[in-house]
Ligand binder design. Structure first.
Ligand code: NAD
Length: 377
């Protein structure tokens, strides 16, 4: 027996921002990406809010938000009895807002607030997940906060908001979508429900990410990638993720590589490890290889057997990376050999502790994680 739970109301498509008009006489804490303020987009979005609302705006968001940002955001409410936390931006802004919402609740603040999200990247799926990834700068770690409490009540998906994403961020965030979907598909908690969501997301990424990268104004490709991101979020919110994300959290905190780009670098090596391609496949690895074979078939590879399926899937991912001009190793990204040597053990230990690693199809030990990292370096 298992329980499938989806809470978030989705408003999808052009004009979805109109949904903001329903809020009246509310106390709203807006947590938004600074880019939106600088570009003037935020004012246009907030113009949808009725003038009866009392609005506080916090835009001091940095990528991979640290705890200090969360504390500052709660303070920005300035004693208001917040009834809506409205998060607008990429995963960093949405995760920061979710953590503010969570810690404010812990302190008895914003007791009746609802959480409304408007993603402006097509990547994290944070608008439909109970995850928030926060950086502990002092410890040099990123850790996922996982709680049903931070599952957003409402998500507004308007792909017009991602038209301004530069090509490199389109590529990074799009590869994050692919990692979510593939990890959810091979997770130990995968179900037919998460499979259906992940399969559609994978298909959409291979079909539309190169188009969105090549031409950011391709509104069909933008819309499909925006939907793929949410579908993948819905998939991993029930199935969870795996070692790719465990490693990306641990290594991301040390090397400061954009999250999706780091996931992309790690992905071929994680797949190879999970499928036991470097050694003889044991029973679990055979099962996982079979799952990767299914993905390979889904994207049009012949995949005549699990081993070939895994190889073809890895090749397809590498070919996608090439189309998106993404680096294929940590070294190519610019990680220095001395930094890699300094941190590899610490990263591997943090990866084992990361919650995402718990549902990886193969149970890793520290030395295996080091060797995945070695291959990715
Ligand atoms: P991001 O939010 O850090 O944004 C990346 C950059 O894009 C920023 O400089 C931002 O200003 C800019 N940007 C955002 N929207 C834009 C737009 N429409 N036009 C132009 N520029 C824009 O990137 P992200 O990949 O969306 O989020 C990454 C964070 O999310 C990481 O901290 C990661 O760990 C976390 N994450 C969370 C989950 C989850 O379920 N909560 C899942 C995966 C990743």
């Amino acid at each position: 027996m298992y329980k499938i739970f989806y809470k978030t109301e989705l408003y999808v498509g052009k004009g979805a921002l109109e949904q903001l008009k329903v809020y009246k006489d509310e106390h709203i804490l807006v947590v938004a990406d600074p880019f939106l303020k600088e570009s003037g987009q935020l004012d246009k979005m907030l113009a949808y809010l009725d003038s009866s609302n009392d609005v506080a705006v916090f835009t001091e968001i940095v990528p991979d938000p640290p705890i200090d940002t969360v504390v500052a955001g709660i303070q920005a409410a300035n004693g208001r009895r917040i009834s809506i936390v409205l998060a607008i931006g990429g995963g960093s802004a949405i995760d920061a807002a979710k953590a503010m919402y969570y810690f404010a609740h812990q302190q008895g603040l914003f007791p009746d607030a609802v959480l409304v999200t408007i993603p402006t990247t097509s990547g994290t799926g944070s608008e439909v997940t109970e995850f928030s990834v926060i950086t502990d700068a002092e410890q040099g770690t990123k850790y996922p906060l996982v709680s049903r409490e931070i599952l957003p009540d409402v998500a507004i998906l308007d792909s017009n908001l991602v038209l301004s994403l530069p090509a490199n961020i389109t590529a990074d965030t799009g590869m994050d979508v692919l990692t979510h979907a593939i990890e959810a598909y091979v997770s130990t908690q995968a179900t037919d429900f998460s499979d259906a969501l992940a399969e559609k997301a994978i298909k959409l990424v291979f079909d539309y990410l190169p188009k969105a990268y090549k031409n950011g104004q391709d509104s069909e490709a933008r819309e499909k990638m925006h939907i793929a991101s949410t579908l993948a979020g819905m998939a991993f919110n029930t199935a969870s993720l795996g070692i790719n994300h465990g490693l990306a959290h641990a290594a991301g905190a040390k090397f400061h590589i954009p999250h999706g780009r780091l996931n992309s670098i790690l992905m071929p090596h994680v797949i190879q490890y999970n499928a036991g391609m470097n050694k003889g496949m044991q029973v679990t690895e055979k099962k996982t290889a079979h799952r990767y074979q299914e993905i390979a078939k889904l994207i049009g590879c012949s995949a005549p057997n699990p081993r070939m399926g895994v190889r073809q899937l890895i090749d397809a991912i590498k070919s996608l990376q090439k189309k998106l001009d993404l680096p294929v190793s940590l070294r190519a990204y610019g990680v220095l050999p001395e930094d890699y040597q300094l941190y590899k053990q610490e990263i591997a230990e943090a990866t084992i502790r990361d919650k995402c690693t718990d549902t990886n199809p193969r149970v890793p030990n520290v030395s295996e994680v080091v060797s995945i990292l070695e291959n990715a370096f």
